[in-house]
Design a protein around this ligand. Structure first.
Ligand code: PLP
Length: 340
């Protein structure tokens, strides 16, 4: 018995497994054949638990929900004001101005980023290669045409817009990059912003690894002139604060960003109102604690351990004469296999 409804032709065009599910299946297969232990350097999950003060904040907030006087029902779908204010302050600290009404709190960059393009008509999409697989998969699920821009030794795994067809694109940028560990500097990001402004393109900037970026690598695209007219930014608490289980993120959709006269901010607000019911209060309180001074310090301590690990791996590879990117501004190292 089969239901008589067609599957989306775009779904059936996808590769059978999501990349990380495929990696997990191969590891499990290897272990069941060979036994032993594997140190998995492949998938970007965190290794350390939440800083205690963040977990305690969440407990306090959860207890409020069991109290008659302080109970809360559905959260606002765009996020509580206290967390949007903390996010706006985060940008101010990093030299950019982002207003609270430009910020939308979400349950993770994977969900935010894969849903975001829903508000646009069909588009041609630029995706760097290699990169986090969600951008290409979600473009394929919409039937968008994807142009992969090759990261390679020659461009240091930082593809640039030179030579690209000058037409409107949706352009994904992930900097610092997963998995290559490469990161654009301000001048390189400016080239992308200028290309987007000249061609009427939209940049979707994934800053999931911004906590690993040190000067002169920008932590946000909004330090770049003109970015607020052409770029949306995704921020995740996953790697910065160990929220891979808790789930919290935000999207910045600037008020100045318009597509053919429509405000992109209003389109995303309308989409979220229809399809999303917000992030729970304890998680948003925990996220605000991670952005507060003491919480941020605790998170930075953990990030610095991941950075030190990557730096060490990079050091070994350098000694062994193996070409690689990353190991700096990133938890990732992307190394050439010496025998192909
Ligand atoms: N963006 C990039 C580049 C990532 O590498 C990851 C996770 O590995 C994510 C987004 C997922 O973020 P979140 O946990 O907020 O969904």
């Amino acid at each position: 018995m089969s239901i008589r409804i067609d599957p989306s032709p775009y779904m059936t065009s996808l590769t059978e497994n999501y990349l990380f599910s495929e990696v997990r299946a191969r590891i499990n297969g290897f272990l069941s054949r060979n036994g032993g232990e594997i140190i998995n350097l492949g998938v970007g999950d965190v290794a350390y638990p939440l800083p205690l003060l963040i977990a305690e904040e969440m407990e306090r907030a959860a207890a409020e929900l069991a109290d008659n006087a302080r109970f809360r029902g559905y959260p606002p779908e765009g996020g509580y004001d206290f967390l949007k204010k903390a996010a706006s302050d985060f940008y101010f600290k990093h030299g950019a101005r982002v207003c609270e009404d430009e910020i939308f709190i979400g349950v993770g960059t994977k969900s935010d980023a894969s849903a975001f393009t829903e508000i646009f008509g069909k588009a041609d999409v630029i995706v760097p290669d290699p990169v986090y697989p969600v951008y290409a998969d979600s473009a394929a699920m919409r039937g968008d045409r994807v142009l992969f821009l090759k990261g390679e030794k020659e461009n240091g795994f930082l593809p640039m817009p030179d030579g690209q067809e000058r037409k409107p694109w949706i352009i994904w940028i992930c900097s610092p990059n997963n998995p290559a560990g490469s990161a654009y500097d301000g001048a390189q990001l400016s080239s992308w912003v200028n290309f987007a402004l000249d061609t009427g393109s939209l940049i979707l900037f994934d800053s999931a690894y911004s906590a690993f970026a040190e000067p002169p690598i920008p932590k946000t695209i909004y330090g770049i002139d003109g970015a607020k007219e052409c770029a949306v930014e995704f921020f995740s608490f996953s790697k910065f604060a160990g929220f891979t289980n808790l789930r919290c993120s935000w999207v910045v959709v600037p008020n100045a960003l318009k597509c053919r006269g429509a405000r992109v901010n209003a389109l995303w607000r309308r989409r979220q109102a229809a399809k999303f019911n917000g992030v729970c209060y304890p998680v948003q309180m925990a996220a605000a604690a991670a952005l507060a001074e003491e919480g941020e310090r605790e998170c930075e301590k953990i990030v610095s351990v991941y950075k030190e690990n990557a730096r060490e791996i990079s050091g070994f590879l350098k000694e062994a004469g193996v070409w690689h990117t990353g190991g700096k501004h990133s938890p990732y190292v992307w190394a050439e296999c010496p025998r192909g």
